[in-house]
Structure formats: C-alpha cells, structure tokens
Design a protein around this ligand. Sequence first.
Ligand code: PMP
Length: 794
Amino acid sequence: MIPPAGFDAVLSASPPDFDEPAILDIAARTFGVHPASARDLGSERDQTFLLIDAADAPMAVMKLSNAAEDPATLDMEALAVLHATRVDPELPLALPRRAGDGEPERGPTGRPVDATDPAAFRASFLHADGAHHVRLYDVLPGRQRVDPATLDDAALVAWGATSARLGRALRGFFHPAAQRTMLWDVQHAGRTRSMVHAVRDPRRRALVERVLDRYDEVVAPAWPSLRAQIVHGDLTTDNALTDERGRISGIVDFGDMSHSALIIDIASVLDSLLNDRSADDVFRVARLVLDGYQRITPLEPLELRLLGEVVAARAAVTIAISSWRADRGLEDGTFAERYNEAVERTIITLLDAGWDRVAHELGASWPGGGTRSDHSGLAARRTRVMGPALEPLTYERPIHLASAQGVWMTDVDGRRYLDAYNNVPCVGHGHPRVTEAISRQSRELNTNMRYLHAGAIELAERLVTTCPPGLDTVFLVNSGSEANDLAWRLATAFTGRRGGLCTQHAYHGISDAMAALSPETWPGGSQPDHVETWPVPDRARGDHRDAGSFEAALERLRDRGFALAATILDGVLTSDGYPTLPAGLAEAWLAATQAAGGLWIADEVQGGHGRTGEAMWSFQTAGITPDIVTLGKPMGNGHPVGAVITRHEIARRFADETVFFSTFGGNPVSVAASLAVLDVLEDERVLERTLVAGAMLRDAIRDLAGGQPAILDVRGLGLAIGVEFADATIASAVKEGLRERGVLVGTSGRLGTVLKVRPPLAFSAAEVPIFATALEATLSSISDRRRRPRSGTG
Ligand code: PMP
C-alpha cells in the first residue's frame, strides 16, 4: 500500500516497542532516574510510561518518541508548555524536566522559568530503527480517560472553559515547527481521502466520504478566514486527566500541536465529549461545553457556523486515520479503532440534523437570518401570536430583514436597502463601538443602580454637560415612553396640576399618561379631559404661524378646569410632519407655558442626539430652555435606554413624595451603549456631517420637486426631512415605490401626506445621489401612471 504523501512521517511509523526493563534502563541513562517499575499508558505514535518508585509512588511520566519524530517538534512542545504556564499558571499542564538531572525547571516563585535551550528537555539514544528522544514530565493528579458520558453538566462547561484557557495561553506563542502537516489537524482533512479505502464497512466509509465532501465544499474554502494560531488541537478524554468531579486536572499531550484554526481545539473537545450521548442530548451537551469556552473566548460568527462541520470532519478523520493505521499494521486495530463506532454515531446525528440546524443549535444565526422568503407564513404567525393591536407591518410587501450595517439593511433574500427611515441606529446600524461596548459590558457585569457603578454616573454627568446650566439631574430609564412618563410625573408633582398640552398630532409614548398626550393614537380621536392640543404651523397654507393657536388651546384647557402642569413638544415635530417653525414661535409657546405656570418638557426622543445637525438637542436649535428633557430611541443606537434630565428642585419635589428606582434604568450594559453613542457622535463629528448631508438631501429633493406639482413643500432640520404631498395616497405610493427601488422611508403628518425621511445619522453625502435617483424614478413612474388612461373594466 502506498502511504499518502505529504504529511508528518510519525503517522506512518510504528510506535516504538520497548519493554519494561528497557524503559527502566533508558530512564536511568537519559534522565538519571531510577524507577522501580514502569506502567505503559498507551499512545498512538510514541510509548508513554508512568515511572513508579520503590514505594509504589508515581515519579514521572516518560515519553519515548517514535524514531521518525522531528526533534524540533519536541522542542516546540516543551516551549509551548512553558509559555502557556507563564500566561496561565493555573492551567494544569505537565512540565518538562531537564535531561541529565531529571529535576523540574523552577523559577523563584516555583513556576517554570523560560527555557532558552529547549533541547535541554530531551535526551536521545540510538536504537536499531534510528534515534529516539526521551522526555520526562511531572506527574499530574487525576484519572485517565474519563468516560465522557459520566461528565455532569458543570463538568461539561468546565471542559469548555479549560479548552479556551489553553487556547488563550498559547495565543502569543510561536514556533516554526508548528507549520506541519499533522493529519489529525482538521485543516488537512482532505488528505485523509487516500486513507478512506481502508475503512472496511462500506456504510461507515460512505459516511466518512460524505463528511469529507462537505468539508471540501464548505469548510476548506472558508478555512483561510478562520482565526488561527498554534493550538493544542487534541484536548480529548485521552489527553486529559480528570478529578473526582470530572474537571480537567491535567493536560498531558501536546503531540498534535500545529498552527491551525483556533476552533479545532474546541472541536476536539466536542468530538470527544459528544461520544455516547444520545442524539437528542448531543446539542445540549455541545452548547454547555461552548458556554464554558465562550465565557473566555467568544466565537466569531463564521466559527460558530463551521464548528459542527469541523467536529464532523474530525470524526471522519478519526475513522480514516485509525482504519488506515490498523490496516497497515502500524497499531493494534482494537486500540486504534476504539472510538470509531462512537464518532460514527456523532456523524450520523449531525448529518441527520442537517448543517444549517447544526450551526443554529451551536449558536450560529440561521443563514440569512431565518427561513428564506417565508414572508406570509411569518406575518400570519406574527398576527396570531401578537394580536391585532400591534402596529401593522410597513409596506404592502413586508420586509424581512437579516442584517444591517451603517445605512444599509439587507433582507433574508440578500436584497439591500438604503435606510432613510430609522433614526434609532443614529450612528449607523451595527456600529462596532456600540456593539462591542454592549457585548463587552454584558460579559463583564450587568446590574442595577442599587450598587455603585462608575458608568451610569459618568453618563449622567456627560448628559448634564450637554445641557444648559440648571438642567443638572438625570434619571436613567429604558425607553422614550418611560422617560416621558417620568417627566410627566415630575411635572405634575412639581406643579401640583394635571393639565397637559401637546401638538395636534403628537406621539409621546405608550404608557397611560403618554397615550393621553399622544393624539396620533387616541382611540377614535377622543380627547382626554385634561389634555388640549394645538395645531402646528402650516407653511404651505400659511396657517398657525403665530402663538395664537397655542394660547387658544391653553384657554380651552383652563375653561375645562385644568391648570397647566406641562407642555410637551417633540422639537422636530415628527408626527406632525416636520413643519418648519417660524423664528421665535417656540419661544412664544414657552413664554405662554411659563406664564400659565406650567413646565416645558422637551421630548428629544426624535430630535435629540444631533438629529438637527445644529445642536445636540432640538430645543437648542429652537432657542429655548426646557424644565425637563427626555431622551430615548437613538440614545443606545438600538439598545433600549432612555433618560430624563431636569433641575434639582424638580427632582427634589418628586423625592418628597416618592422614590425612583427602575430595575434596568442605569444598568451597565445600557450605559455602555449610551456612552459609546456619545463618543461616536464626537469622534465622527456626526453633527457636522448631519448638517451637510441633510442640506444636500433636502436640496436634491427640492430639485426633483421643481417639476412635481404634487409636492407642496420640502422641509426639515438636519436629517429630519419632510416632503409634503398633495394627498396621502401619493405619499404612500412614493413610500412603496421607493421600497421597490431599495430605499426605505416612512410617512407622517396628521393627514399622512408627508414623506418622512429620517435616516441614521450615518447617512452621508455619498448616499444622497442614491436616494435622489430612486426618488426621481419613483416620482416619474407615479406621474406616468396618473397620466395614463385606465383601460379595461376592472
Ligand atoms: N416620544 C417621541 C417623540 C417618539 O417619537 C416616541 C416613539 N416613536 C416616543 C416618545 C416613545 O418612545 P418609545 O417607543 O421608546 O417608548
């Protein structure tokens, strides 16, 4: 039989075959130790013995290498162990002893010191088949070859953690001998094809071939993208000693080390621990092991995606190599093939599940974010389980999104959309500063304001610095609704009154108090007694351009017996269709509010965090100073968080009546997201960019509006842009048309006539032409349609 070419010769050599007297003699000659007996521990390629003294106590482990072994590989092993021990002194690694004196290498703290000459850790002697190297290692406590089926859940998690620690401890290690073609390393799985013929059972052979086919097709092309380093690569029950609770108490064999993908470490653990687990327990076991691993080293999406296939490939490689070695008589068949039945079962379980499900079970997201294109099925489930009160899906053909980056969103079918609608991801979808802050903090600590945590305090202090003097007290909550609800409680507590004023089509949230101040969602349009609304200015029609309508609303409230507690205003008037405020109007509203003894609540859920480009908060753009400021939506770039900023005296009055605590308000993860957003706003000079991009976008829309009588007005501040159409049908048709052309916008305004263009603030000058081209095509297709006479009868 021709040996497969191009891999480490050790695999095609027989293990050495020294008997006990020879071993005792070698121990004395090479390391100067004199054991009374030696017990064979079993090995694929080498001979490994436990040396035992006259009192029957273990002295050391002696490894006698195959004559084909490259001494550079052995040096690498010694250096790797020393390196890993320096990084993580608690890792249970067997330390090599110096040849000649047999003494362990110890530093002043009892830990090993750096070995400048790794050859000092081996001794060699000549034999008929060539030179053999001998190494001596400390004896570690623990049992050999634990039965993986006996490991409890905590032990499974601990195995994963130890594997990650080992990988982490080797992360900074390098040795040229690591560039080797060690067939057990799954990156060379393709090379074991030439061994597959030695698998006697045709069914088993076919399984191995199926896995190797999949490997070639999917794993091999992706391999160069996987994180790589020198890895142990073989943390199986063969190479780990365990304590009485099944935890790893010793990692004993670095013989399969190579420079390879990081995940082959955890794949080796899984390959070993999944043995003899029933099919319905395999994924649960795997996930527990991965929990332990990812507590230390979170896996990347591609790693999670491929891990199942790598485990299967390792199982296939196990069968191929062991069958081939047994077939060639290099090893005893029973010993070599002892795992094949179990790993075959693992392969069958994984193949039966299907690779997408395997990846998902191990934690990867479904490819493309879910079931492809099953829009109607999902929509029906949504309605069934979430009921009729939930706002309907946007668009006649709903969008099923899978991912988003910056200003681009991608649906499950891979179609990309320019996001000109979502203000929540203000610094861009998936901004790394925010996503990393969230994941880092959630790994580190997430708790509440009953304990000291610097982040929440820093956030509050930073928010205060963005506000005019006097706004010095911050409450952290979880949403815009909650922020407004708390603002309302502060206002009513402070004034002792109950009347509220909001704009005619305002939206301020979902709580009872906020629903009352949200005419956009009033049931059947019926107005609560304690609330009055005032109409916003209409530039196109010239209405409500002074404070008269506001004062009239105040009057109506008074007439109904309600003194004003607060006026609440979204500074960019989103739900009212982004009307332009004539200069001085907001000041006049504020003055009237103050004259009536009410407080002013600036709802910055829409207009804050730089939306206007002119200032951090839209009340600053309007030139007024509120009593209470509320924040939400963009504050965490998609992470749920909100805040209320007010004056100390207002908080004081509230404190006299009650106490404030919100379980999630001020939690370190939300705080980390919020701080990251503030940082990015500064670092990327987002406000300046918003001013430029907003002006360009408005100009581009105005250029197109020139020839379009249906467009009455193009307006807005920064990247809060309203395009008013003659009627709601056209506005809605434009929204749908833009969607078909890959651009997302919304509609707003009391009559639904305003196109709401409100992209993430990551929207830049570069996207303006893309938006304009889509809008132009949409407008011309709509005007074509309106010009074309209808045909037929239906
Ligand atoms: N205020 C305004 C101006 C809003 O637009 C919204 C949400 N659309 C809210 C408050 C409520 O915020 P949330 O949905 O986070 O409760």
